[in-house]
Design a protein around this ligand. Structure first.
Ligand SMILES: Nc1ncnc2c1ncn2[C@@H]1O[C@H](COP(=O)(O)OP(=O)(O)OP(=O)(O)O)[C@@H](O)[C@H]1O
Length: 253
């Protein structure tokens, strides 16, 4: 069983405190959403967990080592003169082990291309990809080594509607099959309600709530995080969805 435990995590840039006292135990096997307004500190929390930023508290991994952790930032460089296929091999080989590919490694590369439906892009040069294609390739690069702990910053922001749900479903299956801890920073709360079992809500430098998504994303919490009045209702197929009524201060005027 893989778990990621945050023990009183703090983060600051210079004297400016971004996060304090963040504690949570994130379990593997399901998708966990990280939500919060712009500048709430989502990327900062990821950087702190990934060890790119120092700060108070401890990050503990159970059932995985630090080498099993991958962080996919919001903006990933795709300017190298490599094909998609070469870039995915490079990502697989980052842990070392020489350039010769075993048959197990070759099948990991092919399976990852298939999983994210980018096999047809294998021979294309990275700089020639569209924004959405880049994002799908970046996700494949992140997952090709089958990491056990994955942090992804807005992994669907460049994808069309159909691809957003395809990719989220592929990520959900990845987490389940690999018992992986998978935390996704997302802005679309309907996507979160549909695809993520658990949600961590960041606001005012703290984790405001963490737990099963529908228990966290209440109208009260949405108002607190985003200043938006909303309702959470069920569609005719029984899926929960958020209906936005408008900015909270306008409604109350
Ligand atoms: N390298 C940095 N140096 C100084 N301040 C930074 C740095 N990176 C981020 N910040 C500040 O930290 C705060 C949190 O930024 P962060 O990128 O973590 O927010 P976020 O929740 O990921 O936002 P968004 O949803 O807009 O991507 C912001 O006020 C930002 O200006």
């Amino acid at each position: 069983m893989v778990n990621l435990t945050l023990e009183r995590i703090g983060a600051r840039y210079g004297r400016r405190e971004i996060l304090s006292d963040a504690s949570a135990r994130v379990q593997g096997g399901v998708l966990t959403a990280l939500v919060g307004a712009n500048a709430a500190g989502k990327s900062t929390l990821f950087r702190r967990i990934a060890g790119h930023l120092r700060g108070a508290g401890h990050v503990r991994l159970d059932g995985a080592g630090h080498n099993d952790l991958r962080y996919m930032p919001q903006d990933t460089g795709m300017s190298a003169a490599l094909t998609v296929y070469e870039s995915i091999i490079l990502a697989l080989k980052q842990g070392g082990g020489g350039w010769r590919l075993s048959s197990a490694e070759l099948s990991k590369v092919d399976e990852t291309l298939r999983r994210f439906k980018i096999t047809h892009l294998a021979d294309q040069q990275l700089p020639e990809l569209s924004g959405g294609q880049r994002q799908a390739v970046s996700i494949a690069q992140t997952l090709v080594s089958r990491p056990k702990v994955v942090l992804m910053d807005e992994p669907t922001s460049a994808l069309d509607l159909n691809r957003q749900y395809e990719v989220l479903e592929a990520l959900r299956l990845y987490a389940k099959e690999n018992d992986a801890v998978m935390v996704l920073a997302l802005h679309d709360l309907n996507q979160v309600m549909r695809c993520c079992a658990h949600t961590m809500a960041l606001g005012e430098s703290r984790i405001q709530a963490f737990g099963p998504t529908l228990e966290v994303l209440t109208p009260d919490m949405i108002r607190r995080l985003y200043g938006i009045d909303s309702r959470v209702e069920r569609c005719s197929r029984g899926c929960p969805m958020m209906i936005v009524d408008g900015p909270a201060d306008l409604v109350s005027m």
